[in-house]
Ligand binder design. Structure first.
Ligand SMILES: [Ca+2]
Ligand SMILES: [Ca+2]
Length: 233
């Protein structure tokens, strides 16, 4: 390969590096973690990748929590001499403890619903005149996001906690305060609730070109210079 051809190759590769891949990581950098719908109460710990300072200058962190709760309640009055009144309500809370920051939570509720029951209808099926059911699904709902910007109170400690080469642990957990209340009769009841959680962390930053891309870029510019010098001779 001639010297000139080699230089042109370096030039092309270098310039391509300059325009196409100067930023390997783009802002915002997004991390998503989730816990599948599971019977409450559960606890988990999400491993959140930290912001790598070589990507650029971090200026905002945002944390989003999405949650969902589904519930089922079934009841049957087994008394053959007395009717009953059943009242059902669901309440569940999904929370995530953001490291060095605060807790982000979402509460989901349903009801109360009331059902007036006769004496036992002879079939234990959570149905008929002496039984009933309630199915609840909150759908995906969002908590108010956590947002902090460079310059806000507490930024230093929070930014430090989320910056580094490793991960931070974010405890995620659910609590359930649902109730099924029966007045009168002899009510058999079944009750369950499941919750889902998803956390999204976004790092917003002003990027700097990656050292490797920068090196290729500079090599390209150097090659262009050398090529120009050689042509002039
Ligand atoms: Ca029944
Ligand atoms: Ca009924």
């Amino acid at each position: 390969m001639k010297f000139g051809t080699a230089l042109i190759s370096i030039l092309v590769v270098g310039l391509l590096a300059c325009v196409s891949s100067a930023y390997a990581v783009t802002s915002p950098y997004v991390i998503e973690k989730q816990h599948a719908l599971e019977e409450t109460e559960w606890t988990d710990s999400f491993s959140i990748e930290q912001f790598d300072p070589s990507w650029g200058t971090l200026y905002r962190i945002e944390i989003f929590l999405e949650a969902r709760t589904t519930g089922f309640a079934g009841w049957e009055n087994k008394s053959t001499s007395r009717g009953a009144t059943v009242t059902v309500d669901f309440e569940s809370k999904v929370s995530a403890d953001a490291p060095s920051w605060t807790t982000i939570s979402k509460i989901m509720t349903d009801g109360p619903v009331m059902d007036v029951l006769t004496t036992y209808d002879g079939v234990t099926d959570y149905d008929g005149d002496s039984g009933g059911t309630r199915n609840y699904d909150s759908g995906i709902v969002s908590a108010a996001p956590l947002v902090i910007n460079d310059g806000d109170a507490g930024w230093g400690a929070i930014a430090a906690a989320y910056t580094g080469p490793g991960t931070v642990n974010m405890p995620v957990y659910t609590t359930s305060d649902a109730n099924l209340n029966a007045v009168g009769g002899n009510v058999l009841a079944e009750f369950r609730q499941e919750s889902y959680a998803k956390v999204t962390v976004q790092y917003h930053f002003r990027p700097v070109p990656e050292p490797a891309s920068l090196a290729a870029c500079l090599l390209g510019l150097a090659g262009m210079g050398a090529f120009a010098v050689r042509k002039r001779r």
